[in-house]
Design a protein around this ligand. Structure first.
Ligand SMILES: [Zn+2]
Length: 56
């Protein structure tokens, strides 16, 4: 029973941490590929990714 409660609180902490991580990710990597949702720090990387992965 105690273990279940601990797991619950753990998941709440994880969720807020995930939110923070996602926020940081969007802040650090604002360039998103709309085809595969991959994120990039620089526009140049996104362009390179597009030309390599989605070349046709
Ligand atoms: Zn892509």
């Amino acid at each position: 029973m105690i273990k279940t409660a601990e797991a619950k609180s753990d998941s709440i902490i994880e969720t807020s941490q995930e939110k923070r991580e996602r926020f940081l990710m969007e802040f650090e990597k604002p360039f998103k590929c709309e085809k595969c949702n991959e994120r990039f720090k620089k526009k140049k990387y996104l362009r390179e990714h597009k030309s390599q992965i989605h070349s046709y």
